[in-house]
Design a protein around this ligand. Structure first.
Ligand SMILES: C[S@@+](CC[C@H](N)C(=O)[O-])C[C@H]1O[C@@H](n2cnc3c(N)ncnc32)[C@H](O)[C@@H]1O
Length: 179
């Protein structure tokens, strides 16, 4: 699909994309490649939040690997409905439509880890990217427990631009994609 990358910051783009491409599709890396890092940094006994999950099989991989509570959010109602249907018999996998800039449905300091594979990158492509990224990171910080971990799988340019904002998050592990 050819598109301006600016559209990656817009919810309508993702609804269209997931309507036309039901997937599954994993951006950057699949679970098996990242499992050694995830196992090192993400506790199995605390709930994990996957932000901007899309139709990735990453969270399924986590549950298959022993993680017991993986909560997934995405701004696209199309993809959330599809994933709820797909995983209706997997109670350890939960899917909720939510904007990562406002995760007030979750109490503060609830999650042991937040995993972000390509979602901050998408927000950085859109309008008001700086403010939207700051709102997202505030919310990530709020829902993480003390000593919780934010695992960011990103493309190099995003992380360079965001260096100062990322310093505010409690703990960051950034896996830089080589593309
Ligand atoms: C590049 S895709 C990554 C999908 C998935 N994490 C993966 O690794 O394959 C970015 C995802 O972020 C979601 N997204 C974009 N803006 C969002 C927002 N404000 N709140 C929640 N999800 C958002 C999109 O719907 C899309 O599913």
């Amino acid at each position: 699909m050819t598109t301006s990358t600016q559209a990656y910051g817009e919810p309508w783009y993702w609804d269209n994309r997931y309507s036309n491409e039901p997937g599954p599709f994993d951006w950057y890396q699949k679970y098996l490649t990242l499992a050694p890092i995830i196992n090192l940094y993400v506790p199995r006994h605390h709930p994990t939040l996957v932000v901007g999950c899309g139709n990735s099989a990453f969270s399924e991989g986590m549950v298959d690997d022993g993680y017991s509570d993986v909560v997934n959010v995405d701004i696209s109602s199309v993809v959330i409905e599809a994933m709820q249907k797909k995983y209706k018999d997997r109670p350890k996998l939960k899917y909720m439509k939510m904007d990562v800039r406002d995760m007030s449905a979750f109490e503060s300091e609830y999650f042991g880890a937040v995993i972000d594979k390509g979602t901050l990158d998408s927000i950085l492509c859109g309008n008001n990217s700086r403010q939207n990224a700051a709102k997202m990171l505030e919310e990530v910080w709020r829902v993480l427990k003390d000593k919780g971990v934010y695992v960011l799988v990103t493309a190099p340019l995003s992380i360079i631009n965001l260096h100062s904002d990322l310093r505010r998050v409690k703990s960051v592990f950034a896996a830089i994609d080589s593309l």
